[in-house]
Structures are given as structure tokens and as C-alpha cells.
Ligand binder design. Structure first.
Ligand code: SF4
Length: 375
């Protein structure tokens, strides 16, 4: 059953020079056409996958940049297609400058019960470097305002920037009372203004940020439950757990990704086209998973989490054991303290989590499954 929906809203108040997501500035005609097409897509998919949905996630882009009447229409279309009653979580990504108390009241009325705020930093210099429109005081005012609402709140913090006092940022956010923090290192993609200017991320800063983040946030009762996510007990994102556990989910809107029970026993990844093609109804890209790519994906996502991967369940699902297909890798990584295997749960240790890319490269290099291709 498909019980999670991701919906992509590509419009932003401004375009940040490091951003690699599918996003653009809004104009009225375009938003109206986007909403028309999205409503069609919602109804088509509700007929195929009637739910009920456990979680809905409006990401972007900046979904809170939609006007009141646009958000009302969008969330109304979701509720008309999938009954809202019984839904466990509806998250809206929001920029600090796009809401006030009245808008928060509207969000809650529309069924949003979790806000994910793109703060990135509470320091003016770091925010200027990132090209964000808000300053530190405005960002933290928005965080506190959101925390006074009945909604659960996540705060995004970015790391690995020269001149940033990361400990100060983390403490400021944790002391505000936030019970969920997502922490991402700045990455520089070649197709962004930062990439074209030749910016680089300092790898030492990045490595230091990984440890500092867990140390500081743990003091406030916020534990790393996924490589980039920290929460107080019970405050974890329910929607993202669908990705990490390998559950199926819908992805609607331009450039959205989905994982659906289609095209074979291991399902298929579906990637919608960017806005122009999506509006024109172009067919999405379809990547059918075979047993090898399924195992690889379960390890890639599951090992990012504290929960890890249930390798007995993985064997039952795939008809092959990790011991037989990648026994050497399993031995090496556990012997070197990168992974830990207990009671059929394979998890990354703190060191392994920090070196997960290398651990997974070693997996791809070592396994003996036939026909594997990894790009
Ligand atoms: S607000 Fe977010 S999605 Fe929009 S341009 Fe900035 S980083 Fe990208």
C-alpha cells in the first residue's frame, strides 16, 4: 500500500546561489497552470493509490511562498482525493519571511501539523554568504513564532561555511525549544552560481561539523536518528521514515521522485519531469529496480538511520543473503568498527556513519551479485 505523498512546489521568493533543487521565481500565470496540472495529477493518482495516506510532505522550492488561496486550493485538493481523517503527519516547508501568526493559523486549519523551517543559520554574515533574504533575528523570530503554534517544528541548519560559528547556531536553535533539527553540510554543485564561481567546501570544516553537531545537540536531548536529522524522543519525522525504511511513496509535481509498487517485484523509481515537460504531460522517467539495486538502496537508506537494516527481512524479501552476496564486505566493515551486526540488525557505528560513502563504495566494489550497475 502507498501511504506517503511528497508534493513538490518549485516556487521561491528568491533563488539562493548554492541551490541545486528544481526551483524558480513565481509569476501568476505559471502558478495557476501549475495548480491546474497538480489537481489533475492528484486525482489521477488517488484513483490508482487510494491510500489512506499516513503522511503528506509539501517540499520545494518554498511551499509557504504560495498565497493563502493557492495553499487552500492545494491542500483542499489533497483532502478531496485522500481523506484527511487518520493522517499522522502533514509537513509544510516554510521560509522564515513567508508567514506571520495569521498564516500559521491558516496552515493549521488546512491540516498542516508540522513546519520545516529553512533557517540555515542565525548569523547575519553566514546568511548573507548564502544569499538568504532573512537575517538572524528575523529567522529566529520566525522559529519562535512557529514554536508557539500547535504545530511540530523542524529547523534546518547548514554547516561547513567559513566564518560560521556552528556551535553558536546549534545552541541558538536548540535553546529556542526546537525538538527536531535537520543539519546539512553545504555542498557545491557545478551547475549553481557557487559552483561557477569555483567555491569549495573545506573538508576539515565538514568533518568537524559532523562530530560537533551530535555533541552539542545531544546536550539538549536531540539525538541523531539519521545521518542529518536530530530529534527528541517521539519527535522524529514520520514521513521521511518511509524513505529510509524502503516504503513506497507518491511523488507529485515537477521533478518529484516516487517509489511505487509497479513494474516488477522490487518496484520502480519514478522521476517527474521539470516544470515545462511536466506541465505538457511528458511521461516521467522510470527506473525499474532489480534485486541488486533493491538491496543497494535498502543499505544506502537504511544505514543512514539509527534503526539500521533488518537483514533477515531483506533476505526474506530478496531470496538472497548478504552473507552470500557480500560476505567479505560484511566481515571487513564489522571488523573495522564501521558497521555493527546484532540480532539481524545491521547499523552504522558513529565512525561508519561519518564514512558512509566509503562504506557503500566498498559494498559496490565487493559484492558478487550478478549484473550490478551503479552510477
Ligand atoms: S529557498 Fe530553498 S529551494 Fe528556494 S532557492 Fe533557496 S535553497 Fe533553493
Amino acid at each position: 500500500m502507498v501511504q506517503a505523498l511528497y508534493l513538490h512546489v518549485p516556487f521561491c521568493p528568491s533563488v539562493c546561489p548554492y541551490c541545486d533543487f528544481h526551483k524558480m521565481l513565481r509569476h501568476e500565470g505559471l502558478v495557476a497552470r501549475y495548480l491546474d496540472r497538480l489537481e489533475e495529477e492528484i486525482h489521477e493518482n488517488a484513483a490508482l493509490y487510494p491510500g489512506p495516506l499516513r503522511t503528506v510532505y509539501l517540499g520545494g522550492g518554498t511551499p509557504s511562498h504560495l498565497r493563502d488561496e493557492e495553499l487552500t486550493r492545494l491542500l483542499g485538493a489533497i483532502d478531496a482525493a485522500w481523506v484527511r481523517h487518520g493522517r499522522e503527519e502533514t509537513t509544510l516547508e516554510a521560509d522564515p519571511l513567508t508567514f506571520d501568526e495569521d498564516r500559521l493559523t491558516l496552515f493549521a486549519k488546512l491540516g498542516v501539523d508540522r513546519l520545516s523551517l529553512g533557517l540555515q543559520s542565525a548569523q547575519d554574515g553566514t546568511l548573507r554568504y548564502l544569499g538568504r533574504l532573512h537575517d538572524g533575528a528575523q529567522g529566529m523570530d520566525a522559529v519562535r513564532m512557529a514554536l508557539r503554534s500547535p504545530m511540530r517544528v523542524n529547523v534546518d541548519v547548514m554547516t561547513s561555511m567559513e566564518g560560521q560559528d556552528l556551535e553558536q547556531d546549534l545552541r541558538t536553535v536548540a535553546e529556542s525549544g526546537a525538538r527536531h533539527v535537520s543539519v546539512y553540510g553545504l555542498t557545491i554543485e557545478a551547475n549553481t552560481p557557487f559552483g561557477r564561481r569555483g567555491y569549495r567546501v573545506d573538508e576539515d570544516l565538514d568533518a568537524a561539523a559532523f562530530e560537533l553537531t551530535s555533541t552539542v545537540l545531544a546536550r539538549y536531548g536531540l539525538d541523531r536518528y539519521e545521518v542529518s536529522n536530530f530529534a527528541a524522543p517521539g519527535e522524529e519525522s514520520r514521513h521521511n521514515q518511509a524513505y529510509w525504511r524502503g516504503d513506497h511513496y507518491l511523488g507529485l509535481g515537477p521533478s518529484a521522485s516516487a517509489y511505487l509498487p509497479a513494474h516488477g517485484p522490487f518496484g520502480a523509481r519514478i522521476k517527474q519531469r521539470p516544470l515545462k515537460g511536466w506541465l505538457a504531460g511528458a511521461a516521467p522517467e522510470v527506473d525499474v529496480l532489480d534485486v541488486d539495486s533493491y538491496i543497494l538502496e535498502r543499505l544506502l537508506t537504511g544505514l543512514r538511520t539509527r534503526e539500521g537494516v533488518d537483514i533477515a527481512a531483506l533476505s526474506a524479501r530478496t531470496g538472497t543473503t548478504l552473507e552470500s552476496s557480500a560476505g567479505r564486505w560484511l566481515d571487513d566493515t564489522t571488523r573495522h568498527g564501521l558497521l555493527s551486526l546484532a540480532a539481524d540488525k545491521l547499523t552504522a557505528t558513529a565512525t561508519g556513519l561519518q564514512r558512509l560513502d566509503a562504506v557503500m563504495r566498498a559494498f559496490v566494489g565487493s559484492r558478487r551479485l550478478v549484473g550490478t550497475t551503479v552510477s
